[in-house]
Write a protein that binds this ligand. Structure first.
Ligand code: SF4
Ligand code: SF4
Length: 351
């Protein structure tokens, strides 16, 4: 195999062996010699050096550089003998753009390459997978301030308990939002430092200069900020207290899940499970101000004169309501609250 062919081999591992766009990303991230080295992993540096006719120190230097770039993965920089190429597109996408070494101006080309590939190839493929898949991979965690009074809240749906149970916490860039910012679609919702990661993932990000260590108090302050901005707490669809994806705080303009779902007109539930809660309106308290309509990211609120009084009030569509709690936090008239409507079994047990 020639050195250049390693790109095709690596792209094929992610299901994009024939994609010119994906190859361009790999070519941006690795020299042909680095790609050749990566395709031989996992392998000890000393053995790689023999295969490649170079020194172990030179190999270690290249591996350290690619670890920091996010092209290869290991538990930590001390475990480089176990390093492997990214497991899938999503991992390479997130990690190569998520680094304080990466700059949206200096590295704009990287963001453009990812955006082109995602828009043209990956998003349609993902959406097809979600439609044909076996169930939602993610779930909404309700805004904690919208369910403060709920006596039956589970630990895995309570942002306070999720944060408190973590041994270590880091915040990192949301790469969806960073990618859109870099390619000129500045998100109107927030800055991109909203991806909260826990324990092993937090340590990994800090070791790569890709995450900033924060305290539980700082994490809760960030959660408050995200809830004020109407961002959606989204994590894996399980009861795991330290979700493997971490806790994303998503908008529907940039997110690699919500945005394609909306663009392709696919129901959100195909990829993201509702929370166990649903919004309810107390019509007599509703002034008809319509503020909640603007804050509902899922078009689940309409105005209607349900009482026949001639005064329209908010009406929730239970099919569309994802149980995020955004609307409850924004109603100044206490006309909205969250009602528990699903049993604990709605959230799959962590395996
Ligand atoms: S924000 Fe409150 S008062 Fe205003 S329309 Fe919505 S439910 Fe009614
Ligand atoms: S109505 Fe909209 S904003 Fe309110 S909880 Fe449901 S999905 Fe969220």
């Amino acid at each position: 195999m020639s050195t250049g062919d390693a790109y095709a081999v690596l792209a094929a591992k992610h299901g994009y062996g024939n994609s010119v766009r994906y190859r361009r990303i790999l070519e941006y991230l690795m020299t042909p010699e680095q790609a050749h080295m990566v395709h031989l992993l996992p392998c000890k540096a000393e053995d790689l050096a023999i295969q490649l006719g170079t020194s172990a120190d030179a190999v270690k230097g290249e591996l350290a550089s690619m670890y920091r770039k996010g092209v290869i993965f290991a538990r930590s920089p001390e475990h480089m003998d176990e390093a492997i190429f990214a497991l899938a597109v999503v991992q390479l996408h997130d990690i190569t753009m998520c680094s304080f070494d990466v700059d949206t101006v200096k590295d704009r080309r990287l963001f453009e390459l990812w955006d082109d590939f995602c828009t043209e190839e990956w998003d349609p493929d993902q959406v097809r997978g979600w439609i044909e898949g076996t169930g939602p991979q993610g779930r909404i965690v309700p805004a904690y301030r919208s369910i403060l009074d709920s006596p039956e809240i589970l630990p895995c749906e309570d942002m306070r308990q999720i944060i408190d149970s973590a041994r270590s916490i880091a915040v990192a860039h949301c790469t969806c939002r960073l990618r859109k910012d870099a390619t000129n679609l500045t998100c109107k919702h927030s800055h991109s430092m909203v991806d909260i990661q826990f324990n092993v993932s937090a340590e990994y990000l800090v070791s790569r200069n890709a995450g900033k260590r924060i305290s539980a108090g700082e994490a809760m302050a960030l959660v408050d900020e995200c809830e004020a901005k109407g961002l959606l707490h989204t994590c894996e669809n399980s009861t795991r207290m330290r979700p493997r994806w971490g806790m994303c705080n998503c908008c529907v303009d940039c997110c690699m899940i919500y945005e394609p779902l909306r663009r392709f007109g696919v129901p959100v539930g195909k990829c993201v499970a509702k929370s166990r809660y649903e919004a309810r309106v107390e019509a007599e308290m509703c002034t008809g101000c319509e503020v909640c309509l603007d804050w509902c990211r899922f078009g689940a609120i309409n105005m209607a004169d349900t009482s026949g009084s001639g005064k329209p009030a908010a009406v929730i569509d239970p099919e569309l309501c994802m149980g995020c709690g955004n609307c409850v936090l924004k109603c100044d008239f206490e006309a909205l609250h969250m009602k528990l409507v699903r049993s604990p079994g709605h959230i799959p047990q962590a395996r």
